[in-house]
Design a protein around this ligand. Structure first.
Ligand code: 44T
Length: 905
């Protein structure tokens, strides 16, 4: 009997661990996947007939469906249900719950078998039966998201929420992906009055000057097209590639009485043709398809295509008499790009490994770890730059050069646009003006709307724009000083502007900055302090870098591994790893003590395993090890740290082969025997292996759960995972963390408002846009840097919520918290962060300067005016893993603390 129970536990353990290990990660800040998945052909619907044979078939099928469901044969059950409900739609109400359950179970199986097309076919069949079932729609969205079809997933969540506005699962999903549908910068741009006004003026001038046929490329909400129409253009066309934005533009244009007067096309400008899409070439193209790196939205390609196919020929210098209505031109007319070298710790720790030791493990053997941002164009998985608002980087930045002119581009000169990508790589020599480590080149630009007017995206401007960041990827720590010259290469391969720091000139010699090819040479890890290794002065650092360069020709393979920026920052987070190390050590010591009292394996009432040879080293797992499971998302060394404690057999859920290889190398170099570390997902791939897992008789001593996403939100399904994990623990075993406590404070922040909705009652440039785009407002802001957020603190920090992972039944869903205003003002938001308690003594904060976590904030529906000393009641709700907060003034005075909490039923 015991054996049977355990087998069931182990079997379900295998599945549950998969559940524990896999989750939707809504937070990846990589390029959205714009591909669309293949669609199933529409099937003919059966027409139900009334006859006894059919009734017999229906009832037998229904019985079979129920029997199969009972036997957990979900595939067959699903087919039976389909048959039943197609033949007898009257049974829909009766069978809907079981049908859904069957669908979800079968879909999970198909998912784990990789039968993706079958999975979506099932959903589409289900939706033919239940077209307005928000639960099915939402669940299909979750599968779509996991498969990388993010736009489509977001569309499904939105649809589910429209069908049932208070459906918590859909709300949570929608909030997490809304920015894939309507990116947050739309709000910023529409709130940027100066930018709106300048564009409007430039367009008005051009139209009044005779450009009367206009095409708005990438119209977004339709604003620039409407400006052209309002200025009197005879014909206005607009195109938009995002379906959601296209639909929004149509709504906005109609609401502003311009329906039929602006032709909006749902397509990429590159696919447009004359006369198929627009009757004739236009005299003006307006566009703001520029990102922080200027070319990232494809403006070069779009304008080359527009000049060749959609625009009238440009005004020529030979024949200046051609009237503007007969010549083509573009707003913006061109741009000037600037760059500047900077030292910035925050950038460094997201792109380079800065520590030589993590939680007791030497890192040298990890090989070269790179972030996915690199100036090389060879690797498809890398992007040339990332974006940051320099003024908001925690810890700030130090300029190492003056801003330099990197590029000038004339959007009205098609030859220049076409020549850009075939241009020779240009080299600039920049006098170094500041002292510090070279971490990145920051780039911004001036967008010349016309001869008179321009917009700047510079770090010192009061704009909403971010700057493009080209991180330096060399493993060396390269201290620059005034008098040096930094040599930068500027190129424009595949229509991306690429900047790369290649060398430093000092005292008449040139030192290349590319990688040290000999992995065995010691490296000077920059260290988090900015001046990394106090024993090495700048000169010695340079010499040691040179020593590496001397061996550049050495053969031998390079161990080159890519980590996401957040994974890199996590590796650099020493307090995090040290805390885990201490907490794990304490647990193992306690369990050892308990075992020595009880005798081996007694605690679980299991057969004593045959004794094998005694452990040969301190880190050998030995015959009766402690089992530790790390189900962190992405790359994590916690399993290895556990294995290095000795007498531990650790299971890692690191999936990528390259990442597993890094862990193996680190294990070898740190004396952790191979058998002490296993990769969980390798094992479960092979069903046989699952059943023969060495730990089948065992329960876990520790399960490490990844509870907070980098973006600052509680990981989805955390509590469900904790409940499962709790069942899989041995006596005295522990979930890490055992508890997380949510903290927050009252702030007044206009910045957060500007990023979440179009503000104010005033129409935007006279147009009614806000109510439409504000439908996509999401009350929770993620990826905040609270330490640099422009805001006024209106209270101290206060405990908002506790999540007990060791006893999930003890949790509540609602809690009222009272907090006193420490200053007068308007509470616009409640930023929040977490204290993660690994055990009673050891905890970590997600709001800490070494943290790889960012913070999040709830933006209040309505700002709340407070006077100093007022008591504010915060009603905090945690539904699934999404937090909502509303605030009101508390009339009676009282002490800070919980007013009320409602337990989970
Ligand atoms: N964001 C800047 C980029 N499109 C600005 O679908 C600035 C980022 C930013 N449509 C913080 C602040 C800011 N044909 O809806 C999008 C896009 C569409 C096209 C048709 C094409 N060839 C294209 C190319 C793009 O154009 C719209 C605007 S694109 C970028 C705008 C405040 N973070």
């Amino acid at each position: 009997m015991l054996c049977c129970v355990l087998n069931t536990v182990v079997l379900s353990q295998c599945n549950e661990n998969l559940v524990l290990a896999h989750g939707c990660d809504f937070t990846q800040r990589r390029m959205p996947n714009t591909s669309t998945r293949p669609k199933r052909g529409r099937r003919n619907r059966r027409v139900p007939r009334e006859d006894p044979a059919r009734n017999e078939l229906v009832s037998r099928s229904l019985e079979s469906a129920q029997q199969c469901l009972f036997n957990q044969d979900y595939g067959t059950a699903f087919v039976h249900y389909l048959l039943v409900l197609n033949l007898a739609p009257v049974l829909k109400d009766f069978a809907s719950e079981s049908f859904r359950f069957t669908l979800f179970k079968w879909a999970d199986e198909l998912d784990s078998l990789g039968r993706i097309q079958d999975l979506f076919d099932c959903y589409e069949q289900a939706l033919e039966l239940f077209p307005t079932d928000e639960v099915i729609i939402n669940s299909m969205g979750e599968h779509l998201f996991r498969m990388g079809f993010r736009d489509e997933a977001a569309g499904h969540f939105h649809k589910a929420l429209k069908l049932k506005p208070d459906y918590p699962e859909a709300k949570e999903n929608f909030y997490r992906v809304a920015n894939w549908l309507v990116e947050r910068w739309h709000f910023l741009m529409l709130n940027d009055r100066r930018r709106n006004h300048k564009y409007q003026q430039a367009i008005q001038k051009a139209v009044e000057g005779g450009c009367n046929t206009v095409l708005d490329i990438g119209t977004g909400t339709g604003i620039l097209g409407m400006c052209a129409k309002k200025a009197g253009a005879a014909e206005v066309y607009a195109c938009e590639l995002s379906k959601t934005m296209y639909e929004l533009a149509c709504e906005v244009v109609t609401a502003n009485g311009m329906n039929g007067r602006i032709k909006i096309l749902h397509m990429k400008s590159l696919e447009m043709e004359v006369p198929k899409d627009i009757p004739k070439r236009v005299s003006l193209v307006v566009t703001e398809t520029v990102d922080a790196g200027l070319f990232g939205e494809g403006i070069i390609e779009s304008l080359i295509h527009a000049w060749n196919h959609l625009l009238l020929p440009p005004q020529s210098t030979q024949d200046p008499s051609r009237p503007p209505s007969q010549a083509g031109r573009v707003i913006p007319a061109g741009a000037t790009v600037f760059g500047m070298a900077v030292q910035c710790l925050e950038i460094r720790r997201h792109h380079r490994l800065c520590v030589s030791e993590i939680g007791g493990l030497a890192t040298a053997a990890a090989g070269e770890l790179h972030s996915p941002v690199s100036c090389s164009s060879e690797d498809d998985s890398t992007e040339p730059y990332t974006t940051e608002r320099l003024s908001r980087l925690p810890g700030g930045y130090t300029p190492l050069t003056e801003p330099f002119n990197a590029l000038d581009i004339d959007f009205n000169n098609v030859q220049e646009l076409e020549g850009l990508c075939s241009r020779e790589v240009s080299r600039v020599r920049l006098p170094v003006t500041g002292e510090g480590l070279l971490d990145a080149l920051a780039v911004w630009f001036q967008l010349h709307l016309d001869q008179q007017s321009s917009l700047s995206t510079g770090p010192k401007e009061d704009t909403c724009w971010e700057q493009a960041i080209y991180p330096v990827q060399t493993p060396h720590n390269f201290p620059l000083r005034p008098g040096d010259e930094l040599i930068v290469e500027i190129s424009c391969r595949d229509a991306y502007l690429r900047l790369c720091s290649v060398a430093v000139a000092r005292d008449g010699r040139e030192f290349r900055l590319d990688d040290c090819l000999d992995p065995d040479k010691p490296r000077n890890n920059p260290g988090p302090s900015g001046n990394p290794n106090p024993s090495l002065n700048a000169e010695a650092e340079l010499c040691s870098a040179l020593a590496c360069l001397g061996t550049e020709q050495s053969s031998g393979p390079r161990d080159y591994t890519m980590l996401e920026c957040a994974e890199m920052a996590l590796l650099n987070n020493q307090p995090y790893h040290d805390s885990f190390r201490r907490a794990l050590a304490k647990l193992i010591t306690n369990l050892k003590d308990a075992r020595s009292v009880q005798g081996p394996s007694q605690g679980q009432g299991l057969e004593v395993m045959p004794l094998t040879d005694p452990p040969s080293g301190p880190m050998d797992p030995g015959p009766d090890p402690f089992y530790v499971l790390d189900v962190s998302e992405g790359f994590s060394v916690l399993s290895l740290m556990a294995a290095s404690q000795g007498q531990v057999k650790a299971y890692s859920s690191v999936e990528k082969t390259q990442h597993q290889a890094v862990l193996r190398r680190l294990a070898r170099a740190n004396g952790v025997p191979e058998e002490a570390l296993e990769f969980w997902l390798n094992q479960v791939e092979d069903e046989q292996a699952v059943l023969q897992r060495p730990s089948r008789e065992k329960l876990w001593s520790a399960i490490i759960l990844d509870c907070v996403e980098t973006c600052g939100l509680v990981r989805q399904k955390l509590m469900e995972k904790a409940t499962l994990a709790r069942c899989l623990l041995e006596d005295g075993g522990q979930i890490f963390p055992e508890r997380i406590v949510l903290y927050g404070m009252l702030v007044e922040s206009d910045t957060l408002l500007l990023e979440s909705a179009v503000q104010g009652q005033e129409p935007t440039l006279g147009f009614n846009i806000a109510p439409f785009i504000n439908q996509f407002t999401v009350p929770v802001h993620v990826f905040l840097d609270l330490s640099t957020l422009q805001c006024r603190h209106l209270s101290d920090s206060v405990e908002l919520f506790i999540l007990d992972l060791m006893n999930t039944n003890a949790n509540y869903t609602n809690r009222d918290v009272k907090v006193q205003a420490s200053a007068s003002g308007r509470v616009t938001a409640v930023p929040f962060w977490y204290q993660i308690h690994l055990n009673e003594e050891i905890s970590l904060s997600t709001f800490n300067q070494d943290s790889h976590w960012k913070q999040a904030a709830v933006v209040l529906h309505q700002p709340l005016a407070v006077r100093e000393g007022d008591w504010v009641r915060l009603a905090v709700t945690l539904q699934k893993s999404s937090i909502s907060i509303s605030a009101s003034i508390e009339e009676e005075a009282g002490e800070t603390g919980t007013v009320d909490s409602v337990r989970v039923r």
